[in-house]
Design a binder for this molecule. Structure first.
Ligand code: FAD
Length: 590
C-alpha cells in the first residue's frame, strides 16, 4: 500500500512513523512544503526568548534520520498543490526547482495544520507570525537587528519595543519571551481578558503576572493601524485608544485550519471551518484522511444532541490523530476518543491550565452547571515553599459529571489539571474525586490533595449539606436583603474584605464591608448580631472556614450560603470586572 502524507510535523510525522512501526511493507511518502520536518513548534517562543539557546534543539528529525530509522521517503520543500481524488493522485511542486510532478496514492493523509490569522488593518503587512522555524528566524533577526538569513540584508535596528496581538496561549508565551530579550512589550487583546479558555476571575491572575513583569496589557482593544514603529490602538467599536511603540509586531490571534487541499479534493468542511472527519479521521472523500489542526475533533463535552465537531489546535491531539490514522489505515483500530482540549501555559512564574468547558461557555450554551473554587497549597503548608493556587471545577448539578477544570498558580497546577482531565476522560463524577488515592508526601501534596478537596466540596454541594453563592451573584443576594458575614479573624478582615454594592438595598451608591464575626465566636454572637429571617452569606479567605460556619448557622436555623472560593475568589472576580471597566474608561477618555 502506498500512503502519501501531506505535512511532516506533528500529526503527519506521527502517522508516518507509526505506519512504519506497524508495516515494513507500506510505501510511505511525506511531502512537506517547509524546510524542516518534525520540528518543535511549541518550543519556538522559547528560542525567540533565548530560553532555548540552541536552534538545532528545535529540529527533532531530518529527512535523512527518518530515512535511516524508518525508511520514510521524506521530501522537504515539496508543496502539494492539487488533489485528484478520482485518479488517486496529488500534484507536487518542488519549491527548489519549480518543477511539478504527480504522485499516486492508495491512501492520502492530509496534515497541513492551521495558518496564523493576521487581523486586517492598514500597515499589517509588517506584522510577523510564529508558526515555523523560518518565522522564528525572522523574529530573532528583528530582535537582534541582524539579517534573517545568510545573504539577506540586515534590518535597520535592533527592536526595542514590541506589540503582540492576541492574548491567547501563544500570545502570552511570545510576550514573556520578548520581555526576556529586553523589549518593551504591549499585549493587545480584543476580549476583555487574556487567556480565553479561563474564566475572568482566573485569568486576572495571569494579567497581573504579565503586568508585574512589565508587559503592558491592553484588553478590549485592537490594533487599528500600524505605522513604521508604532501601533495605533482602538476599542472594539473603533474609538481610538492611543499609539504605542511597536518596532516589532507579532500577530498571535489564533489559527485557521488549512482546508485548501481538502476543498480541492472535494471534501466537506465542518461547521467551524476544519476538514470534516469521522471518528476514524476519514474525510467525506474515499481514501482521503485528515488529521491534526486542519481536521475537526469530536467534542467530548458536547451536550446530548448538540453538534460535536469542534476545533482544538493542540499538539497532543495532533500526535494522537497521527497515531490513530495509521492504525485505521492498517485496519488495527477504530473509534478515536473524543477530545476535551487540555492545555497549559507558563507565564513568567505562573502556570495556567484548563481542561474541558469554562463557565462562560456553559452559560452561553444555556447548560446548567455548578462552579467550585478552591485555593489550596500545592503541598503541605508546613513544608518549605508552599504557595497557594486557584482551582476551579465545573460540574453538571444533575449528573455530577465534571464539565471542566481550571487552575492558576506558581506550582502544582499542571499536575492537578492532568488528574482532573484524566477524571473527565474516565467518566469519574465530581464526588468521585474525594476518593481518589493520590501520591502524598509533604513535599508533593497533602494527605487531602487539592483534587480530593474539590471532591469534598462537590460532594457536600451534591448532597445539599451546604449551599454556595458565586462572587458575581453576591450583589444581587445583598440587594434582596442578605447579610454578609466575614468569619475570619479581625486581622484578616482589616487587611481586606468583601464589599457589597449597597446601592439597591439602601438607595445609595456605596459599598459596605461585611460584618466580621470570627468563626470561633460565631456560636455565641450569632443570635445577637446576625439578623434572623433573611438570607446570610458567610465568607472566609478561601471557603473552608466558611463551610464550617455555614454548617453551624444552618443548624441554628439560618438560611445560609457560603461564598464559593471565599474572599480570594471574590477579590479576583471584582478585580477582573474592574480591569474590564478600566479598559472601557480608557476608551471614553482617549
Ligand atoms: P503543523 O505542525 O502545523 O504541521 C503542518 C505542516 O504541513 C507544516 O509544516 C506545513 O508546512 C505543511 N504543509 C501545509 N500545507 C502543505 C502542502 N500543501 N504541501 C506540503 N506541506 C504542507 N500545542 C500544544 O499543545 N502545546 C503548546 O505548548 C503549543 N505551543 C505552540 C507554540 C507555537 C508557536 C505554535 C505555532 C503552536 C503551538 N502549539 C502548541 C500547537 C501545536 O504546535 C499544533 O497543534 C501542532 O503542531 C499541529 O500539528 P499539525 O501536524 O496538525 O500541523
Amino acid at each position: 500500500m502506498k500512503i502519501v502524507i501531506v505535512g511532516g510535523v506533528a500529526a503527519g510525522m506521527s502517522a508516518a512513523t507509526r505506519l512504519r512501526r506497524l508495516s515494513e511493507d507500506a510505501q510511505i511518502v511525506v511531502l512537506e512544503a517547509g524546510d524542516h520536518v518534525s520540528f518543535a513548534n511549541c518550543g519556538l517562543p522559547y528560542y525567540a526568548g533565548g530560553v532555548i539557546e540552541d536552534r538545532d534543539a528545535l529540529l527533532l528529525q531530518t529527512p535523512q534520520s527518518l530515512a535511516a530509522r524508518f525508511r520514510l521517503d521524506v521530501r522537504v520543500r515539496h508543496r502539494v498543490t492539487g488533489v485528484d481524488a478520482a485518479a488517486h493522485t496529488v500534484t507536487v511542486r518542488d519549491l527548489a526547482t519549480g518543477q511539478e510532478s504527480v504522485e499516486s496514492y492508495d491512501r492520502l493523509v492530509l496534515s497541513p495544520g492551521a495558518r496564523p490569522i493576521v487581523p486586517p488593518a492598514p500597515g499589517m503587512e509588517r506584522a510577523l507570525v510564529l508558526r515555523d522555524v523560518a518565522d522564528v528566524d525572522r523574529i530573532v533577526a528583528a530582535i537582534d537587528g541582524a539579517p534573517a538569513s545568510a545573504g539577506a540584508a540586515p534590518t535597520a535596528d535592533a527592536a526595542r519595543s514590541a506589540v503582540v496581538i492576541g492574548g491567547g496561549f501563544v500570545g502570552v508565551e511570545v510576550a514573556e519571551n520578548l520581555v526576556h530579550r529586553g523589549l518593551d512589550v504591549t499585549l493587545v487583546e480584543l476580549a476583555d481578558q487574556v487567556l480565553a479558555p479561563l474564566d475572568p476571575e482566573m485569568a486576572i491572575r495571569v494579567r497581573h503576572e504579565l503586568e508585574a513583569n512589565g508587559v503592558h496589557v491592553r484588553t478590549s482593544t485592537q490594533v487599528a493601524a500600524l505605522g513604521p514603529d508604532t501601533a495605533s490602538l482602538a476599542a472594539a467599536d473603533g474609538s481610538p485608544r492611543g499609539d504605542v511603540p511597536a518596532d516589532l509586531v507579532i500577530a498571535a490571534i489564533g489559527v485557521r485550519p488549512d482546508v485548501e487541499l481538502a476543498v480541492l479534493a472535494g471534501a466537506q468542511v465542518g461547521p467551524r471551518g476544519g476538514i470534516l472527519v469521522d471518528e476514524d479521521l476519514r474525510t467525506t472523500v474515499p481514501d482521503v484522511y485528515a488529521v491534526g489542526d486542519a481536521a475537526t475533533k469530536r467534542d467530548a463535552l458536547a451536550a446530548t444532541g448538540a453538534e460535536d465537531a469542534t476545533l482544538i489546535p493542540l499538539a497532543n491531539l495532533a500526535n494522537r490523530h497521527g497515531r490513530h490514522v495509521a492504525d485505521v489505515i492498517l485496519g488495527r483500530r477504530t473509534g478515536m476518543r473524543p477530545s476535551m482540549g487540555t492545555a497549559v501555559v507558563g507565564v513568567f512564574g505562573l502556570t495556567a491550565a484548563s481542561a474541558g468547558r469554562n463557565e462562560k461557555r456553559l452559560r452561553a450554551e444555556g447548560r446548567p452547571y455548578r462552579a467550585i473554587h478552591t485555593h489550596p497549597a500545592q503541598h503541605a503548608g508546613y513544608y518549605p515553599g508552599a504557595s497557594q493556587m486557584a482551582l476551579k471545577l465545573l460540574v453538571d448539578p444533575e449528573t455530577d459529571q465534571i464539565l471542566g477544570a481550571q487552575g492558576v498558580g506558581r506550582d502544582g497546577v499542571d499536575k492537578r489539571i492532568d488528574v482532573l482531565a484524566t477524571a473527565i476522560a474516565g467518566g469519574l463524577t465530581a464526588s468521585d474525586l474525594a476518593d481518589l488515592e493520590l501520591a502524598y508526601a509533604p513535599a508533593y501534596g497533602s494527605a487531602k490533595d487539592p483534587v480530593n478537596m474539590l471532591g469534598y466540596v462537590a460532594d457536600n454541594l451534591r448532597a445539599g449539606e451546604t449551599r454556595s453563592v458565586q462572587w458575581h451573584e453576591l450583589d444581587e443576594l445583598v440587594a434582596q436583603g442578605a447579610t454578609v458575614v466575614d468569619v475570619r479573624t479581625p486581622g484578616e478582615h482589616a487587611r481586606g474584605t468583601v464589599e457589597v454594592a449597597a446601592g439597591d438595598a439602601l438607595g445609595e451608591d456605596s459599598a459596605l464591608p461585611a460584618l466580621n464575626v470570627p468563626l470561633d465566636e460565631l456560636r455565641d454572637r450569632a443570635a445577637a448580631e446576625i439578623p434572623a429571617g433573611a438570607p446570610v452569606v458567610v465568607h472566609c479567605q478561601v471557603g473552608q472556614r466558611g463551610h464550617t460556619a455555614a454548617r453551624l448557622l444552618t443548624q441554628l436555623g439560618y438560611d445560609v450560603r457560603n461564598l464559593d472560593g471565599g474572599y480570594l475568589t471574590w477579590r479576583d472576580g471584582t478585580a477582573a470586572r474592574r480591569a474590564a471597566h478600566a479598559d472601557d474608561l480608557a476608551t471614553s477618555e482617549a
